[in-house]
Design a protein around this ligand. Structure first.
Ligand code: COA
Length: 260
């Protein structure tokens, strides 16, 4: 199983090597999951057949990666930087969901030379968290888990998809999920985005019924990123990659093809 070593801990990543000859201009599309999730969030995107490597990281303390005591945005960004360096990737497209979207924006601001495109899925330039969510995470994890079906999913989404997701999140230590949401709560790059700091082509995707990162957050990106496209996906809430994977994959494929 592929791991990198980051600060003496193992960080796992899922890898699907590119289909086709070497020589494509972009080395990899890297998927970054959201709070309390893992690379499994992107399992439906691994059926994409593209001329670049597909990589999905398990952020430190998530999935198959080892536990780290104190999590913060810098650490997540640093772990991805290390992954890119250790795999000797020269240019990448980053795709982040929710917290993952915050991470890829911060990564881009710190290491713009590595990033040729961004895919911002169900995320925002500011990610304030409802106090009720933070409170249930600190006091009653089960109450948080119980809130996921209504909070994170479209009301008509298949119950099996929801149950599988809740079961995955329930395996993550409570303190990790709490730290993830606290990182979101502090995240605010509204001014940077407004000043036009995102200059690479960007694909912005949001589920029409997303309650956690409403469509308004994606419209803000669209208004402030010159070279951007906004796609609103029907029949999906916050977990668009699980709820409507075929439409999401089509949109991602079309975006990647614009680089060829
Ligand atoms: N992009 C564009 N606009 C944004 C934004 C973003 N990422 N984040 C906030 N704003 C806007 C809000 O819409 C609001 O605009 P308005 O005054 O015209 O209504 C303004 O900025 C201030 O919003 P906010 O910072 O969120 O503070 P608030 O006191 O209005 O609300 C919450 C706080 C937590 C209740 C609210 O942010 C919320 O409901 N969040 C979604 C639920 C959640 O917890 N999501 C988890 C995200 S990981």
């Amino acid at each position: 199983m592929p791991f990198i070593n980051y600060n003496d801990t193992k960080v796992y990543y899922e890898l699907k090597k590119k289909n086709g000859e070497a020589g494509a201009s972009i080395d990899a599309l890297i998927f970054v999951h959201g709070s309390g999730e893992s690379s499994l969030t992107w399992k439906n995107q691994f059926s994409l057949d593209l001329n670049l490597d597909l990589i999905a990281i398990d952020l430190p303390s998530h999935g198959k990666s080892e536990l780290v005591e104190n999590l913060d945005l810098d650490l997540y960004v640093d772990a991805i930087h290390e992954l890119i360096n250790q795999l000797k990737l020269k240019s990448v497209i980053l795709c982040g969901h929710s917290l993952g979207g915050a991470i890829i924006q911060d990564f881009y601001f710190k290491h713009p030379e590595k990033v040729v495109g961004l895919i911002l899925v169900g995320t925002g330039a500011r990610l304030r968290v409802a106090p009720m969510i933070l409170e249930s995470l600190s006091k009653d994890f089960q109450a948080y888990l119980d809130s996921i079906p209504v909070g994170a999913f479209y009301r008509k989404t298949d119950q099996n998809i929801i149950n599988e997701f809740v079961s995955e999140v329930s395996k993550v230590p409570e303190s990790v999920v709490f730290q993830d949401f606290s990182i979101c709560d502090k995240f605010d790059v509204i001014d940077e985005v407004k000043s036009g700091k995102i200059k690479v082509p960007s694909l912005i995707i949001c589920g029409k019924a997303d309650k956690l990162t409403p469509v308004k957050y994606s419209q803000f990106f669209k208004q402030n990123i010159d070279n951007s496209e906004l796609i609103i996906i029907k029949n999906a809430g916050h977990m668009v990659m699980l709820e409507n994977p075929s439409e999401l994959n089509e949109v991602i494929k079309n975006f990647i093809n614009t680089f060829n």
